[in-house]
Design a protein around this ligand. Sequence first.
Ligand code: RB5
Length: 149
Amino acid sequence: MLDKFKNMTIGICNDHAGVDYKKKLVKMLEGKGIEVVNFGTDTKASVDYPDYAHALARAVEAGEVDLGIALCGTGNGMAITLNKHQGIRAGLAWSKPVGELVKAHNNANVLVLPARFISYREASVIVRAWLETTFEGGRHQARIDKIPL
Ligand code: RB5
């Protein structure tokens, strides 16, 4: 599982609400041989999620990382900020099926997780589901093509 991602680099960012899950996810992904670049805070001191979301978004847009994962309390602050960037499709996922669909239908290049509303186990399952799912293209690509302003 996740073997096909061994040459991939994933950027991850978080605010104070996502520190614990971020650290565990980094360990999980590195354990699978995936390179992870940390754009998040590493302490529980209160911070502003846009500072971290913008840093991750810029790295994804520049191709410095292949995909991104973002965590905050609800996921909404990260998603709202990330989606200001033209090159970002950030999708919020709170269950395994939504994690699959956000790749299959939306081709999300950043997965956003609501750290205060899911367990770590759920977060880990969602990340793996999102990574392992393939974008379906076709009518979904046509819809994605209509997103940019
Ligand atoms: C931080 O308390 C919280 O507002 C933040 O993590 C996030 O949920 C914002 O959308």
